[in-house]
Design a protein around this ligand. Structure first.
Ligand SMILES: *Cc1c(COP(=O)(O)O)cnc(C)c1O
Length: 402
């Protein structure tokens, strides 16, 4: 027993794995939480030693601050350990930086990207902006396409980007079917796995080449740090590492420390987020004024059967569609909520509610709904209190709708 790192055995449960992962004794010096090692300059004893270090592979060796210290390596190592079969992980200053770097590691001018139509809006902005400017074309595809993706793969298709479930509308993608079609044609697959994390969907084990998280959400868990990660499958790590180094990607050790601290409780937090969200989603589905609830664990959400087949359990972010009413009626619901904050991001301990308008970020499919929609992040408050708050909100909505 080395005293740390032993929790990461693949046969062990998620709680055990997040507690032990990445805590190598040579990095922690046996302090329970790997300390914050701040650095830009690393000093050498001699010019010979400086030259010798520079000539070697600097992976997991102190070289220069931008390449990290044990504080960042420990968190990256922990995220790798949570993805059975993964080769390595790199950290980024945000989820969007993780997405852009992973795509730049894979794509070159002339290549085509297949991007899921339900993707997080900034991912679309990257495809339609920087990637387009660099001569990379994007084709959007229906999130429910499954094995049908094979028909879209052309001679220039280099990569398929997935997000499952989608950020606003929660369609679950058939990741194994898309991965199989991609592998048959030598196409690289990337997945934004922020909603599920590897605890609910171990993406590398399912054959995905690059799995991406906005660690800002569940890994950090306390709404106080921006952080992203990309975990690479077999044979994929070197390309990502070189692109990251060339782009100068770096995460502060203080932020990495907070990410690692959040990670230790991620399994219990996710259990509670998921359990509460499911109870609230089921309650909402029965309420007058609610047309539909879009949580992958509920029947009626596109891909619900795939969710039951592929996911370990539910997470805490979902949407619901109101039955009629206009934006003003939706605002009456949201503005008066006492326990739900109004704001972007999610994955922290506090509940949040935001209006969503998915029709604004779609091109391959159409969003049709019975009324305006609301996205909820269910935090760690007590379910009965959150339901009472939403109950009063729906009464306001029905009153305003008339
Ligand atoms: C928030 C989010 C991101 C981006 O993460 P940031 O850390 O905010 O840059 C990417 N994907 C999904 C699904 C997200 O919810």
């Amino acid at each position: 027993m080395s005293g740390a790192g032993d929790g990461e055995g693949e046969g062990r449960g998620p709680g055990t794995r997040v507690v032990g992962a990445g805590r190598r004794p040579e990095w922690t010096q046996r302090i329970v939480n790997p300390p914050v090692w701040r650095a830009s300059t690393i000093l050498y004893d001699s010019v010979a030693q400086l030259r010798e270090t520079g000539a070697r592979d600097t992976h997991h060796r102190l070289f220069y601050g931008r390449r990290g210290t044990p504080t960042q390596w420990s968190l990256a190592d922990a995220l790798t350990a949570l993805e059975p079969g993964a080769e390595g992980t790199l950290l980024y200053p945000s989820g969007v930086a993780a997405i852009s770097t992973a795509l730049l590691a894979v794509l070159s001018p002339g290549d085509e990207l297949l991007l899921v139509d339900s993707a997080y809006d900034p991912t679309r902005l990257l495809a339609d902006g920087l990637l387009k400017r660099f001569g990379i074309t994007t084709r959007y595809y229906d999130p429910t396409i499954g094995a049908g993706i094979a028909d879209l793969i052309g001679p220039n298709t280099k990569a398929i980007f997935m997000e499952s479930p989608g950020s606003l509308t929660f369609e679950v993608q058939d990741v194994p079917a898309i991965v199989a079609a991609a592998k048959a044609r030598d196409v690289v697959t990337l997945l934004d796995n922020t909603w599920a994390t590897p605890l609910l969907f171990p993406a590398i084990e399912r054959g995905v080449d690059y799995t991406i998280m906005a660690c800002t959400k569940y890994v950090v868990g306390h709404s106080d740090v921006m952080l992203g990660s990309v975990t690479a499958g077999p044979g994929r790590y070197e390309a990502l590492r070189h692109t990251s180094y060339q782009l100068g990607q770096h995460v502060s050790p203080d932020d990495a420390y907070l990410g690692a601290r959040g990670l230790r409780t991620m399994a219990v937090r996710l259990d509670r987020h998921g359990e509460s969200a499911l109870a609230i989603a089921r309650w909402l589905a029965e309420q007058p004024g609610v047309a539909r609830v879009l949580h992958p664990a509920l029947p009626g959400t596109p891909g619900h059967e795939i969710f039951l087949r592929d996911f370990v359990g539910p997470a805490g972010l979902f949407s619901f569609v109101l039955d009629g009413g206009d934006d003003a009626a939706r605002i009456a619901l949201i503005d008066g909520l006492e326990l739900f904050g109004i704001g972007y991001s999610w994955g922290g301990f506090e509940s949040l509610a935001v209006p969503i308008d998915p029709q604004r970020c779609r091109s391959a499919t159409q969003w049709e709904a019975e009324g305006p929609a609301v996205r909820l992040q269910i935090g760690l408050e007590d379910v009965d209190d959150l339901i009472a708050d939403l109950d009063a909100g729906l009464a306001r909505f029905r009153g305003a709708r008339g």
